[in-house]
Design a protein around this ligand. Structure first.
Ligand code: NAP
Length: 244
């Protein structure tokens, strides 16, 4: 299956921000390939509307299984012959005092939020370099930029993504590939579903624009970064001024 449409890979496209990104790219006319551990009604509706996978491909992949992640990228390439953009979105929001956090949870967060991103990027990058064109957007977090009690491990994974973004941008810029990061402020999704009203109110009080972000704010920013060749190696904080 080959086409002139742009092929966009999005990790974790079943829920939350990933779901909004998948829908936005499909609405824009792109071919979208995504994975998550499990399917849901959003994924099943898209698969039923496109049974031959002409514009939408989903697989059940555990992001910490690197063979699975590499295999996913290879399937996308075999099926659509190219990868034009990659949005590294899947992540786990590990929370808790460091002394109370198990090494198993630390390993899980580092593996999914950092190592898996590097493995998937490496697998997709080869196709981009061959075409001398591509865009990579890494979804980091405001917690990469500001300290927050209980989020040391999560912050470490998300801050590492910013270093990865800058260095990879300088490595692959000459081959026509941009690499940027978005550091979103808190937005409503399953990941922050546990926040109490008091915690939400505190975040809003500390945000100059006096509102939490929306997934649409992040989607709009991703769309902008995919649209330009002039910006690379940068981190865009989309946080209503939380980090200013
Ligand atoms: N929500 C916020 O306030 C916020 C703020 C800043 C940054 N972020 C970042 O934004 C990104 C999206 O967050 P979100 O709030 O939209 O998250 P979410 O609602 O929890 O959705 C996460 C997505 O990733 C998939 N996923 C999770 N663990 C996976 C695994 N081990 N293997 C494969 N897929 C996996 C989930 O599907 P399955 O569960 O079926 O696997 C789902 O599709 C994350 O990188 C997060 O760190 C979020």
């Amino acid at each position: 299956m080959s086409s002139d449409k742009r092929v966009v890979v999005i990790s974790g496209g079943s829920r939350g921000l990933g779901q909004a990104l998948v829908q936005d790219r499909l609405d824009a006319g792109d071919i979208v390939a995504t994975f998550s551990r499990s399917s849901n009604s959003f994924i099943e509706q898209l698969r039923e509307a496109d049974p031959n996978g002409e514009r939408f491909h989903w697989e059940a992949i555990e992001g910490t299984d690197f063979d699975g992640v590499r295999g996913f990228a290879m399937t996308v390439l075999r099926r659509y012959k190219r990868i034009d953009a990659l949005i590294n979105n899947a992540g786990v929001g590990i929370e808790g005092l460091l002394t109370m956090t198990s090494e198993r949870d630390i390993h899980q967060a580092l593996t999914l939020n950092l190592e898996s991103v590097i493995v998937l990027t490496r697998a997709c990058l080869k196709a981009m370099i061959a075409e001398r064109r591509g865009s990579i957007v890494n979804i980091s977090s405001v917690n990469a930029l500001r300290g927050h009690k209980g989020l040391a491990v999560y912050s470490a994974t998300k801050a590492a993504l910013l270093g990865f973004t800058r260095s990879l941008a300088s490595e692959v810029g000459p081959q026509g590939v941009t690499v940027n990061a978005i550091a979103p402020g808190f937005f409503e999704s399953d990941m922050v579903g546990h926040l109490t009203d008091a915690q939400r109110a505190r975040i809003i009080r500390r945000t100059p624009m006096r509102a939490m972000c929306t997934t649409q704010d992040i989607v709009d920013s991703v769309r902008f970064l995919l649209s330009t060749r002039a910006i690379t190696g940068q981190t865009l904080a989309v946080d209503g001024g939380f980090t200013c």
